[in-house]
Design a binder for this molecule. Sequence first.
Ligand code: CMC
Length: 391
Amino acid sequence: EGVITVDPGYKNTGSCESAITFLDGEKGILRYRGYSIEELAEKADFLEVAYLLIFGELPTKEQNDKFHDDIKAESIVDEDVKKILDAFPKAAHPMGVISSLTSALTAFNPSSVNVDSEEDMYKSVVRILGKFPVLVAWTFRKKEGLPLDYGDNSLGYVENILKMMFVKPNGEYTQNQILVDALDKLLILHADHEQNCSTSTVRIVGSSHAGLFASLSAGISALWGPLHGGANQAVLEMLEAIKADGGDTKKYMAKAKDKSDPFRLMGFGHRVYKNFDPRARIIKKAADEVLGDLGIDDPILDIAKGLEKEALEDQYFVDRRLYPNVDFYSGIIYRGMGIPTDMFTVMFALGRLPGWIAQWREMRLRKEPIGRPRQVYIGETAREFVPIEKR
Ligand code: CMC
């Protein structure tokens, strides 16, 4: 037994070796399996990126088609899941609903827990990639009071997600390529980010050999928090509040810097990036393009740009190397796409799904031991028990 060093928040503790995502926070570099995020966002589609993250190589046309066919074959969700959905109050936060439904999938597919062979593992992987978008669409439609249905398997993976979410009750739907391309890009940019809070959660839950769906459900819960994936919702709420308050960005900058005020500038700062988050650069440009293409003039975008400019020039932010992160502009695009604010983090989960799966699979294939951190005990030493009447 050596001396145990405590590292709160694991700021300087590596939990694993991984060959999936490379991140250089000083230089602002992000690569999936060696490919730059900029190039993937520009040239690949989300399903190819999912395959790349999970299996390590970009798929050939045949591999990609087979992968997609296998996913489509798994896109039916047990009808009884609708009963669970019915039991949630209308005001339930979609992240709570989606994490419960993901966990429930294990109950409906108990064999998915057996992943002793690569073949079994593959089955669980395509199963969740097939069913998760259906759960996302159902969660959204239920909240909106729209009828629930399945997608259209003649469509691409991302095209189908949008149709499942937005098809009218009478079956009417017109595909908008701008929205498909925008969502594809956003999902790629969110697809993995090495050992962040939710991914570490997925690996540690999975390390007890709990099933993939249970591990993912835990990851979704971790993502929900406003310091992590929940920041995209928090950013938009903050921008709305600034707008409603007359658009005075300076006032909110002062609040963010005031140490007696718990307010933080949401969408700013990152544990690892001490330079521009490369995803934020791409998303900022995409936000401009998408809103332009859709003909939307959103005053919220102007407030965001103003806030960013001020923060980048402000000594407090410069000293602490706080830059806009991936969540700063993503919500503005989601909003332009007609996705309600409380669904933003669910969209993040949809994008992060392949990364979580890849990390879980890597952990299992490498036969990593159960995750079990140590502690330094700081409580009472041995005490004598006092009966309740004498306390
Ligand atoms: N606004 C104002 N001050 C900040 C902010 C912010 N957004 N972020 C960090 N700081 C300050 C913090 O108060 C501290 O100051 P001091 O040294 O004077 O005490 C210093 O910067 C370092 O912050 P920290 O909290 O020790 O850094 P961390 O690595 O523990 O936290 C973070 C990282 C992302 C949780 C944090 O920057 C934050 O809360 N940001 C706002 C929430 C957010 O946008 N989260 C999304 C992260 S990216 C996507 C994702 O993970 O899902």
